[in-house]
Design a protein around this ligand. Structure first.
Ligand code: GDP
Ligand code: IMO
Ligand code: MG
Length: 422
């Protein structure tokens, strides 16, 4: 399979977890390279549902090495809970999971600051997952963060934590929030550090050793292109590079070793949290929510829904260099009579073929739609391209063409077998 980067081509929750699980069959190593436990990747194996937050979705297949790379921010208490939770479900986790020693650590003051900043922003809030992601990446950029290597080293850790807590408690007090107890945070984090120590290693060396052996690596993106810190709808974004370049910086695998970029997108659009969503539609949201679909895997929030936006996915094809597309949730449109696809935006009489970078302008953009006849037949049992209704095939071809990448996978349900490989 060679080295493959998989990214979300929309606003996150495109079904990356499911597609990673499918592609892992042909990979040796699966690596998370950015984000933290703001991510929620859902994988169904039979009737069993697994939601992965920090651990690569590849963990559900045996004999695969899973790596949490240097670009990820790790809540160690959350990671311990996630490991133990999966173990309770019968997933084997031991030497098949390795955590980068240079990944930054998320602390309770990051979570508290995340929440307080949202309160301060009032109606301009981002709608974050409150997992402390923004403040943790902020500390990394400000060069005051603590890394996994600090967490697993008891001597250094106490002193470093004390310094960071002192400063952050001052900020929390000024914001009217309760300061945190050093003793409590230290005890909790040291326990997590002891538990995680056997998993922590130099993952850059490990990945390069794997490449020398000829292993195929799959890079599991979190969030999506429009949540990218540089290329998304700033400031309504997350704090990492969710686009393909993040896979290199977040793992230490250089660009010339990457062979293929796969963009995952839904056959329609969803977004959780605030910020513009040009094709948002109550009609499609009501329909999907009534089917019990589109509730967040991390926070349980109802996702905002809209029609497929090819202005957005074209941009994703550009900034990620998408080779292949995996289109998920095709079955979500099975009952729709007329399906709309956004082909450009307009504000008044001015047409936009690219999303304007000014979010205020983007919020004013109205979609220009093309319409497609719905197939109005269940697709969930399709396993091959020719099993799909002709109108569904036409729709898939059209959205791939409008995006400007090759259709490689179509997904018609959450299960592994509900996947059509082209
Ligand atoms: P991720 O964050 O990109 O991994 O996506 P999430 O797991 O947060 O959300 C995607 C949701 O869609 C999950 O509930 C998946 O089980 C589900 N899903 C993925 N592909 C399909 C599909 O083709 N059809 C249906 N019905 N559900 C799907
Ligand atoms: P996966 O990997 C969808 C959104 C939040 C909010 C913004 C910033 O499952 O696709 P943050 O907590 O990161 O500071 O929140 O980003 N967000 C996601 N939306 N899927 C995700 O991850 C997300 N991770 C963050 O809702 O709008
Ligand atoms: Mg998700």
């Amino acid at each position: 399979m060679a080295n493959t980067i998989l990214v979300g081509a929309q606003w996150g929750d495109e079904g990356k977890g499911k597609i990673i699980d499918v592609l892992t069959e042909r990979a040796d190593v699966v690596v998370r390279t950015q984000g933290g436990n703001n991510a929620g990747h859902t994988v169904f194996l039979g009737q069993k549902k697994y939601v992965l937050h920090l651990i690569p979705s590849g963990i559900l297949r045996r004999q695969k090495l899973c790596v949490i790379g240097n670009g990820v921010v790790i809540d160690p208490v959350g990671l311990v809970n996630e490991i133990q939770g999966l173990q309770k479900l019968g997933v084997k986790i031991g030497r098949n999971l390795v955590v980068s020693e240079t990944a930054h650590v998320v602390f309770p003051y990051h979570r508290e600051l995340d929440a307080q900043r949202e309160v301060l922003k009032g109606k301009h809030k981002i709608g974050t997952t409150k997992r402390g992601i923004g403040p943790a990446y902020g500390d990394k950029a400000a060069r005051v963060g603590l890394r996994m290597i600090d967490l697993v080293n008891p001597e250094q850790f106490a002193e470093k934590l004390q310094r960071r807590l002192k400063e952050n408690n001052e900020v929390l007090k000024a914001l009217g929030a309760r300061p945190l107890s050093l003793k409590q945070v230290h005890a909790e984090y040291r326990a997590a550090g002891d538990f995680l120590k056997p998993f922590v290693a130099n993952t850059v060396v490990l990945l390069h050793d794997a490449m020398r052996r000829g292993d195929d690596i799959l890079f599991e993106g979190a969030q999506g292109t429009f949540l990218d810190l540089d290329h998304g709808t700033y400031p309504y974004v997350t704090s990492s590079n969710t686009t393909a370049g993040g896979a290199c910086t977040g793992s230490g695998v250089p660009p010339h070793r990457m062979d293929r970029v796969v963009g995952v997108m839904k056959a329609y659009t969803t977004r959780v949290g605030e910020g513009p969503l040009p094709t948002e539609s109550a009609e499609i949201a009501d329909m999907l929510h009534a089917m019990g679909r589109e509730f967040g895997a991390t926070t349980g929030r109802a996702r905002r829904c809209g029609w497929f936006d090819s202005v957005a996915t074209r941009h994703a094809a550009m900034v990620n260099g998408l080779d292949d597309l995996a289109v998920t949730n095709l079955d979500g449109l099975d009952t729709v009579e007329t399906i709309k696809v956004c082909i450009a935006y307009r504000i008044g009489r001015k047409r936009y073929d690219y999303a304007p970078n000014d979010v205020q302008l983007l919020a004013q953009c109205e979609p220009i739609y093309a319409e497609f006849d719905g197939w109005r037949t269940p697709t969930t049992k399709a396993r091959k391209w020719k099993d799909l209704p002709a109108k569904a095939r036409m729709y898939l071809k059209a959205i791939a063409e409008l995006t400007g990448a090759k259709l490689a996978i179509a997904s018609v349900g959450p299960a592994r077998e509900q996947t059509i490989l082209l």
